[in-house]
Design a protein around this ligand. Structure first.
Ligand SMILES: Cc1ncc(COP(=O)(O)O)c(C=O)c1O
Length: 361
């Protein structure tokens, strides 16, 4: 039985009609960038998250970059973030000439270790980027109490409760995300009206009025086609997230007697949307090959922690600097959890894992 990590073709069978109608509407309108479709989608996401302002952008990576630009971050500044995340989290900081200060993770949750982060605050700290990794929302209260701007990277937590936006929270609609576009798309949620206005200005080269530029922004606009498609898929999101949760709970039951360390649930109801189901596996590479031989796809998020990325070597971080993040990078393995998985497929994955650990090693 083949078990893919992602099954967008099967998802398309359930939402295809709505998507095609949305695409037709955009082509008939002849309006392809920003416009009514984007404004309507921004409103829907702002309502869903319960955060007043939503600014639609070209990707989750650009959402992070734009958020930091709106805070005026640049050379000489430090931005604290987790060492275990997708590269974009750190890339946004470095692209602006600022220095990323990496913290270790809480080994139980994979989220940024708050105490470690607070210990790294200096006079140069201009922002903190906690990452709601794998869809599990971290409690940002102690970070917010510092008064330092918090840019939550919620790329993997679309549809979760508990997003705070103090002042920003960024989302990704990359096709494999819980709510995926037909290409790249992202969003910034903002709690402050003047900062939201600044985001909108910088999203279109800082142009105001047209062709007059008091600030340098970029082209970070969302396409109308993406907004229309995302709006068509949005009504399915809560059902999809509920199915991800069900899948997670089934894995947790079926794998409870194995040597795997299983992912923890949310701190509060709704604060986890199970973007990935990530276990810690002794003998990870052997288990991964075993599963692959049985046509079960898995992935490693992320094999190299950010402080050890070759492009950041000039800052001189050494192996052993952030032990929990490094240990996680060597043990984590994501199992398929997408909403289209059948109960038989989950049982098959679990059976194969049980079988792997039953054999003599
Ligand atoms: C944690 C995290 N941050 C940022 C991003 C960047 O989002 P995008 O791929 O939409 O640029 C992603 C996803 O790819 C992500 O998982």
């Amino acid at each position: 039985m083949r078990v893919p990590l992602l099954d967008l073709k099967s998802q398309y069978r359930s939402v295809g009609q709505a998507i095609e109608a949305a695409a037709r509407r955009v082509f008939q309108s002849g309006h392809f960038i920003l416009g009514d479709e984007v404004v309507a989608f921004e409103r829907s996401i702002s309502d869903l998250a319960g955060i007043e302002h939503a600014v639609a952008v070209s990707s989750g990576s650009d959402a992070l970059l734009l958020g930091l630009m709106a805070l005026g971050i640049g050379p000489g500044d430090e931005v604290i973030t987790s060492a275990l995340s997708f590269f974009a989290t750190a890339g946004a900081i470095v692209r602006l000439g600022a220095r990323p200060i990496f913290t270790d993770i809480d080994p139980d949750t994979f989220n940024l270790d708050v105490r470690d982060a607070l210990g790294r605050v200096t006079k140069k700290t201009r922002a903190i980027i906690p990452v709601h990794l794998f869809g599990r929302v971290a409690d940002t209260t102690p970070l917010r109490q510092t008064g330092i701007p918090i840019v939550e990277d919620a790329a993997q937590a679309v549809g979760a409760r508990g997003l705070a936006a103090a002042p920003f929270c960024t989302l990704s609609f990359f096709p494999s995300k819980n709510l995926g576009a037909a290409g790249d798309a992202g969003m910034i949620l903002a709690s402050d009206a003047s900062l939201a206005a600044k985001l909108r200005l910088l999203r279109a080269h800082g142009s105001h009025p047209k062709y007059v530029h008091h600030e340098v922004g970029g082209n970070f606009r969302m396409d109308a086609l993406q907004a229309a498609i995302l709006s068509a898929k949005l009504p399915f999101l809560s059902d999809w997230n509920a199915r991800r949760r069900q899948n997670a709970m089934r894995y947790r039951e079926l794998l409870s007697q194995t040597p795997l360390i299983l992912p923890v649930d949310s701190i509060k109801p709704g604060w986890h949307v199970w973007h990935h189901f990530v276990v810690r596996a002794p003998d990870r590479e052997k288990l991964r090959s075993w599963l692959s031989e049985r046509e079960i796809e898995t992935e490693v998020y992320y094999p190299v922690p950010l402080h050890l990325q070759p492009c950041f070597s000039a800052w001189g971080a050494k192996l052993g600097a952030l032990p929990h993040a490094e240990k996680a990078a060597s043990e984590v393995l994501a199992l398929p959890i997408h909403p289209e998985l059948t109960a038989d497929q989950i049982d098959f994955v679990a059976d194969q894992i049980v079988e792997f650990y039953r054999r003599p090693h």
